[in-house]
Design a protein around this ligand. Structure first.
Ligand SMILES: Cc1ncc(COP(=O)(O)O)c(C=O)c1O
Length: 402
């Protein structure tokens, strides 16, 4: 038997408070509602978890093999802070092909994930007390990154339509701009809503940002997940290189590389040195061998991306077909990203409801309230899984929503 003193040495009880006060912005950080539901259900083997934003497909071997070969070849040293030249070159060509622009590789900085890219941007542009307007419902990490940088997130919610879709009211966005506003943050295609901004509206927003002297931060990590066109409209294709526009990208979604933690930024050429310094003083650069895998993803990945997006389209259709005739559910056929964000009539506490679904239906969804203003009353379902898994989840979910 283990005696009490020995046991306490082996498993020290965790102190509940840090030894000294932390920065107030950090103390104020909340626990994500998605995390709360996930923690309840992730160890239950029979739960179908559709709560987080990733699929069930591992990284394809042509990408992994390139990284393994690079590792074996000894690429284990410090490397270029803003990304190895072949990757920056490949990304410049990728943008040229998709957007019809020809960005100098100087405009590209490779980051250790899309999340890290957001952190670097807010470090660069937000001063203490500055406001960043975020179009919500929004991935909560973006608002948290603003807060950690000392800024104040201000949410402007999309308007939910009777047919289950969402729309941005530019007048509402304009009205939220105040003397402390420094930046507009827009994720299109959006997480959690799947809303996608048309190029015409992007022109209006770009003009607004220019007129009011605001940074425009465009999160385009879901740009390949579109179901009515080959890829999503991008602010980059209508802006000048020296516009105050920074686009955030990630390898996570389109190339099934969530665990690799690799992303990139498309920014004005004059910001290369700034991002070089911020990367140097944070991660000091992404791993060389992982970047060699990313080169393979960009160079040889088109067939894979097409297949993955088609699979997601199938998943989205299954969800729409299963839920659209539930009288309590308001859902639109997904147009972009890989989420269904649907309203449930009579549901006033989405966190409690999502927890009940885990226990009673065996399906894990994310509560809409976790995505800020305009999110309560909704649930987010990630359909980037096999059609069989999605169909099984729908069989369980439908009775709980009827
Ligand atoms: C809208 C949005 N932006 C950025 C990211 C960051 O992706 P990652 O950090 O995996 O590159 C995510 C991840 O879910 C996201 O949903």
């Amino acid at each position: 038997m283990v005696s009490a003193p020995l046991k306490s040495k082996l498993i020290p009880s965790l102190p509940e408070e840090p030894p000294l006060p932390l920065r107030p912005e950090v103390e104020a950080l909340g626990v994500s509602g998605i995390q709360q539901v996930w923690e309840m259900g992730f160890q239950k083997p029979d739960v179908i978890g559709l709560w987080v934003g990733e699929g069930d497909v591992p990284t394809p071997s042509f990408i992994s093999d390139a990284a393994i070969a690079s590792l074996r070849a000894g690429n284990t040293y410090y490397t270029h802070k803003r990304g190895i030249p072949p990757l920056r070159e490949a990304l410049a060509q990728y943008h040229a092909r998709l957007l019809g622009i020809a960005p100098d590789p100087e405009r590209i900085s490779v980051t250790s994930s899309g999340m890290a890219a957001l952190t670097l941007i807010f470090q660069a542009v937000v001063a203490q007390g500055d406001e960043v307007i975020l179009v919500s419902p929004i991935w909560p990490n973006a608002a948290a990154a603003v807060q950690i940088a000392g800024g104040r997130p201000v949410e402007v919610s999309l308007d939910s339509q009777a047919d289950g879709s969402f729309e941005l009211d530019i007048d509402k966005l304009t009205a939220a701009i105040g003397p402390r506003t420094r930046a507009l943050f827009i994720a299109s295609p959006g997480n959690p809503t799947g809303w996608m901004m048309e190029q015409e509206q992007q022109r209006e927003i770009l003009a607004l940002a220019r007129e009011r002297g605001l940074w425009l931060i465009a999160d385009e990590v879901y740009h390949r997940f579109t179901y009515d066109r080959p890829w999503a409209p991008s602010f980059a294709s209508i802006a000048e290189p020296e516009d105050a526009l920074i686009c955030v990208h990630s390898f996570s979604k389109a190339w099934a590389m969530t665990g690799w933690r690799l992303g990139w930024l498309l920014h004005p050429p004059s910001m290369g040195e700034t991002f070089g310094k911020l990367i140097e003083y944070s991660s000091s650069g992404a791993q060389h061998f992982l970047q060699d895998g990313a080169v393979a993803a960009i160079r040889d990945g088109e067939a894979f991306v097409t297949e993955l997006v088609e699979r997601c389209r199938e998943g989205g259709d299954i969800v729409f077909d299963a839920l659209s005739d539930c009288p309590r559910v308001r859902i639109a056929r997904p147009k972009a990203a890989f989420y269904a964000f649907f309203g449930v009539e009579g549901m006033t506490d989405s966190l409690t409801f999502a927890k009940q679904l885990v226990l009673e239906a065996g399906v894990g969804l994310a509560p809409g309230a976790a995505f800020g203003a305009g999110g309560e009353g909704f649930l987010r379902l990630c359909f980037a899984s096999s059609p069989q898994r999605i169909a099984q989840a729908m069989e369980r979910l439908r009775p709980a929503l009827l």
